[in-house]
Design a protein around this ligand. Structure first.
Ligand code: NDP
Length: 398
């Protein structure tokens, strides 16, 4: 029996809050706090349980966070706001002695730079305070790391090549929309590509390397090499990996819109002055794009995210291994009102919180998910709506 405090009331937080409420044996009290309290209230109303209460916080302000934590005294803070708030929330957790979990690594507002160094730098302070921080516990990062840890534990004596493959074969019927926060999403996709090979990082022009990959139950989809944050922790935690890459599918229509958005300067994070007011183009763009939270109703198709790994099995023989989950947008919507991208992020965030609150993933310090035992998490994925499948010695195409 424990109290969880969720920060944020967007698509991912909506799913996580619903899933926490479905598991009252672990989450006896749920507090949802965000910048706009009316969104927390609407979410609590949709859940419709007396153990869900709401509050308001500007998570950029450490004193406001500290006051919030002291008002509610939760056992765990689950940060489902934006990556910009990671460090302020971690600071407040340290001040109050409360453990922390998030789904995306810290990004400075004025620089789209993805690295764990800022959060890893908190390790000693979290250790000294006797509290746990679990970083990147969505799907990717998150389940991608747990899948890799599971492969290492049960199948491989030596993992050599790792390819994380992320396909959204859904159709929301809009000309252009992003599946999670548009600002964070466009910053991520428009950055230079990067992959790891033979001890070095190699950069590529944005979305310049691509090939068709075949996804289960979906078929071939053009997949683009991108940098993704979990590559950094996975090559560190599994030093036998000689090559690690991340691929994501995009449709031609999406890429054309993205190119126009970039060419006309709307993806810029540099403020411009318009009629005496400073405006960040990508933040203005977010305001006019469809809200990812509203996409669910007519969303058809499914996502398929997994890890394709090759190396040596426990006996030293060559092995290829593909582990993945497929998630239907419509089923996710029927259960939580959100589409599958929010669902596949919010469910693992809830499971990570459950792992901490049950004492299974509780260890003072700052950790990436693959540093914990994957087995109890994998069991919960099957129970909580994200079942996984394995293909042994199939063609990885990579
Ligand atoms: P949304 O934009 O839908 O929601 C973000 C929420 O955070 C909103 O409720 C927003 O409030 C709130 N918020 C923003 N700034 C503050 C602040 N200063 N103080 C308090 N609350 C604030 O985003 P998503 O739900 O789509 O994404 C949430 C997180 O999940 C992001 O960090 C994203 O990067 C991550 N993510 C991770 C994935 C993974 O697989 N690991 C995949 C997809 C997303 P308001 O409504 O007032 O703006």
């Amino acid at each position: 029996m424990a109290k969880v405090l969720i920060i944020g009331a967007g698509g991912v937080a909506t799913v996580a809050a619903h899933k926490c409420a479905q598991n009252p044996d672990v989450f006896s009290e749920i507090v949802i706090a965000s910048r706009t309290k009316s969104k927390c209230d609407a979410l609590a109303k949709a859940i419709g349980k007396p153990n869900v209460i709401t509050d308001r916080v500007d998570a950029d302000q450490v004193p406001e966070l500290v006051a919030l934590f002291r008002r509610h005294n939760p056992d765990l803070v689950v940060n489902l706001a934006l990556p910009y708030q990671d460090l302020t929330i971690m600071d407040a957790c340290l001040e109050c002695g409360i453990s922390y979990l998030d789904t995306a690594n810290y990004e400075p507002l004025d620089e789209a730079k993805y690295q764990y160094s800022w959060q890893w730098a908190y390790k000693k302070r979290f250790e000294d305070a006797g509290i746990t921080a679990i970083l990147g516990c969505g799907f990717d990062p998150g389940v991608s790391g747990v899948f890799t840890a599971y492969a290492a534990k049960h199948h491989f004596s030596e993992m050599q090549h790792l390819d994380i493959v992320d396909c959204n074969a859904g159709n929301h019927g809009k000309a252009f929309a992003t599946n999670f926060n548009p600002e964070i999403n466009i910053r991520e996709i428009t950055q230079r590509g990067k992959y790891y090979e033979n001890g070095e990082w190699h950069e590529t022009d944005p979305l310049s390397v691509h090939k068709p990959l075949t996804y289960p139950n979906i078929g071939p989809r053009e997949s683009y090499l991108m940098y993704h944050e979990e590559l950094e922790s996975l090559v560190k935690n599994y030093p036998s990996i000689t090559r690690a890459r991340f691929w994501m599918t995009f449709g031609q229509e999406y890429l054309t819109h993205l190119r126009v958005i970039q060419n006309i300067g709307m993806a810029s994070i540099v403020p411009i002055n318009y009629n005496g007011q400073d405006i960040v183009p990508i933040q203005f763009l977010k305001a006019v794009l469809p809200n990812p939270k509203e996409l669910g109703e007519n969303y058809t198709g499914e996502t398929s995210i997994g890890c394709r790994i090759s190396g040596k099995d426990k006996e030293g023989k060559p092995l290829t291994y593909y582990i993945y989950n497929n998630c239907s947008h419509h089923e996710a919507y029927l259960e939580t009102g959100m589409q599958a991208v929010s669902y596949t992020t919010g469910v693992p965030a809830m499971i990570g919180a459950m792992m901490y609150l049950k004492g299974i993933w509780k260890r003072p310090g700052v950790w990436n998910v693959e540093e914990f035992d994957p087995d109890p998490f994998m069991q919960q994925l099957n129970k909580q709506g994200l079942p996984w499948h394995e293909i042994i010695n199939g063609d990885l195409e990579l």
